[in-house]
Design a protein around this ligand. Structure first.
Ligand code: FE
Length: 214
């Protein structure tokens, strides 16, 4: 059974870049709905006892698209919450900074690539900064698709491109949302931990499991 993990910060922590109203609805309604539907469909597929990562891979392997969509959306949102932090946090340093400079020239170069990819992405989906073969790339995926089903790619950060992520705060201005998100609330500590995981130095993000009382 999958859970709805608590947000790692209060509803208003990302103001004014993501409003408390957006965060509350996004987490409490959208994410919750994906978790609830995943539990219903996983039960029908005999996958109730599996970790979410394994549910996602099994659903893809079995061609169970409804389960894949809901399970991957649950995972993507769980990771997305970790990919943000209150404004005023630190910028990339050390190894992460060097990796960004090596792939994009500078943090500004990464921002340009990130915003261009996100603005150019048609419809709903997710915008990722990923590690591949010791370099970094920006990629976008459609609908619920994620990096768990792409060999060799480790996500460092993800941003939600579905309109429910920004419409209340930015209306249709996805570019403004992405620029402000990147400059102010992207969690570079999360990106650094994920990069270390890609190098085999840590577990990386895993969706929280229900711990049963003994
Ligand atoms: Fe979302």
């Amino acid at each position: 059974m999958q859970i709805l993990p608590k947000l790692p910060y209060p509803d208003d922590a990302l103001e004014p870049f993501v409003s408390a109203e957006t965060l509350k609805v996004h987490h409490g309604k959208h994410h919750k709905a994906y978790v609830d539907k995943t539990n219903e469909l996983a039960k029908a597929a005999g996958l109730s006892g599996e970790k979410l990562e394994d549910v996602i891979r099994a659903a893809r392997a079995q061609g169970n698209q409804p389960l894949f969509n809901n399970a991957a959306q649950a995972w993507n949102h769980g990771f997305f919450w970790q990919c943000m932090r209150a404004p005023g946090g630190k910028v990339p340093t050390n190894g992460l900074s060097r990796a960004i400079d090596g792939a994009f020239g500078s943090l500004a170069g990464l921002k340009t690539a990130f915003v261009e990819e996100g603005v150019g992405h048609f419809g709903s989906g997710w915008l990722w900064i990923v590690s591949e073969a010791e370099s970094l790339k920006v990629v976008s995926t459609h609908d619920a698709d994620n990096m768990l089903v792409r060999a060799g790619l480790t996500p460092l950060l993800v941003c939600d491109l579905w309109e429910h992520a920004y419409y209340l705060d930015y209306k249709n201005d996805r570019k403004d949302f992405l620029e402000r998100w990147f400059d102010n609330i992207a969690n570079w500590d999360c990106a650094d931990a994920q990069r270390a995981a890609a190098d085999g130095e840590g577990p990386g993000y895993r969706y929280p499991s229900l711990t049963l009382a003994s």
